[in-house]
Design a binder for this molecule. Structure first.
Ligand SMILES: *Cc1c(COP(=O)(O)O)cnc(C)c1O
Length: 383
């Protein structure tokens, strides 16, 4: 019987060790798996045994890949050592030297570096395009284009992508559509169900959820996941069993965490829209019936001292990441988008006064009071 999302995320374990009967999945902290005899070894290569060597496959990493695939509604998934390596494996499953990728301009800074730096060095050409209206994308497609790459909710200005129209264009031109779903999570958005071929996650963020693990997952079309899986083994960017286990542990509470994250973020965004110390509040609308995400960005340019704001945060942590259970703030111009050239950054609206708030699962009133206090302390006094 098909289970609903909240139930699936809790009951994701496929591993059932009949000899020990542990309730939670054991950690298979092993670099290799033993064989009884040569026939048993041969069975691995015939596809009858699952495991040989952890770099090319491990029950814990498989559990994570399959669990995220299930939540995304995709046939198959694979885990990798980070979001970045999952992105790399997904891209290399589709594009090689001489091929071309069309990517959104406002993608995560690290992904921008991967595409514009590393992949360009490998001879994979990339065009960066503002995906506001899909005609723009079609204009950039060439005879060697293989892949369209974007994010369901982009960072830090929280632009939402029209995945169904992108999928339409990808289909017309026989291209693969790959979507980074890190910010939305499958709780809010399921790009595969809207026609994307590959969905990627930095599981370092909401999937893990506790800021204690670096991991990535790629889910999507089975033929592409099989190739990506091989790439992960060949490149050695497999996830460790313990990190996979921790990430699966986090995934079980994805629904309840997201429910609170999103509720708190909506309340914070609503409160800050009334605040005179802010130029602009960025918080998307109509992302999904479950809510609009857990990240709120604010621009305080000209109204507050950015240094003073960060000094006045009290219990709210300053960290260059997001999506933990604790509320934290980051400074995109100084961290996630540091690598993006200043000109491009300005064009994207990532000003020197932009602050990204990753809203945690604490009491919403405390979060609002904490941010409002920092704004009050840092506000330029009128003469
Ligand atoms: C963090 C992040 C990544 C990179 O993930 P890592 O796990 O740090 O490699 C990619 N995309 C988005 C949207 C992210 O937030």
């Amino acid at each position: 019987m098909g289970k609903r999302f909240d139930t699936k995320s809790v009951h994701l374990s496929k591993i059932n060790d009949k000899t020990i009967n542990s309730k939670s999945t054991p950690i298979y902290q092993t670099s290799a798996f033993k064989f009884r005899d040569l026939e048993d070894m041969e069975n691995f290569y015939q596809g009858k045994n699952d495991y040989l060597y952890t770099r090319v496959g491990n029950p814990n990493t498989d559990e994570l890949g399959e669990a995220v695939a299930q939540l995304e509604g995709a046939p198959k998934g694979v885990a990798a050592s980070s979001g970045t390596s999952a992105i790399l494996a997904g891209i290399l499953a589709v594009a090689k030297q001489g091929d071309h990728i069309v990517a959104a301009t406002d993608i995560y800074g690290g992904t921008y570096q991967l595409l514009a730096g590393e992949l360009a060095d490998l001879g994979i050409e990339v065009s960066f395009v503002d995906f506001v209206g899909s005609e723009q994308v079609a204009d950039h497609i060439k005879s060697n284009t293989k892949l369209i790459y974007s994010e369901s909710v982009a960072n830090p200005l929280l632009r939402t992508e029209d995945i169904a129209s992108l999928a339409e264009i990808a289909k017309q031109h026989q291209l693969v559509l790959m979507i980074d779903n890190t910010f939305a999570t499958p709780y809010l958005c399921r790009p595969y169900e809207s026609g994307a071929d590959l969905v990627v996650h930095s599981a370092t963020k909401y999937i893990g959820g506790h800021s204690d693990v670096t991991a990535g997952v790629l889910a999507g079309r089975a033929d592409l996941i099989d190739i990506a899986n091989q790439k992960i083994g060949n490149l050695g960017c497999n996830l460790s069993p313990f990190e996979a286990w921790l990430t699966c542990r986090g995934l079980k509470t994805l629904s309840v965490r997201m429910e609170r994250h999103v509720k708190n973020a909506q309340q914070l965004a609503d409160a800050l829209k009334e605040n005179k110390a802010i130029q602009k509040v960025y918080y998307p609308e109509h992302v999904s019936p479950q809510g609009n995400g857990a990240i709120v960005s604010i621009d305080i340019s000209g109204l507050c001292s950015i240094e003073k704001f960060f000094q006045s945060l009290d219990w709210i942590k300053i960290v260059p990441t997001l999506a933990g259970v604790e509320t934290s703030v980051s400074y995109p111009a100084g961290t996630s988008h540091r690598a993006v050239p200043e000109q491009a950054r300005k064009k994207l609206g990532i000003t020197e006064g932009l602050i990204r708030i990753s809203v945690g699962i604490e009491d919403a009133a405390d979060i609002i009071a904490g941010v409002e206090h920092a704004l009050e302390e840092s506000r330029h006094k009128q003469g």
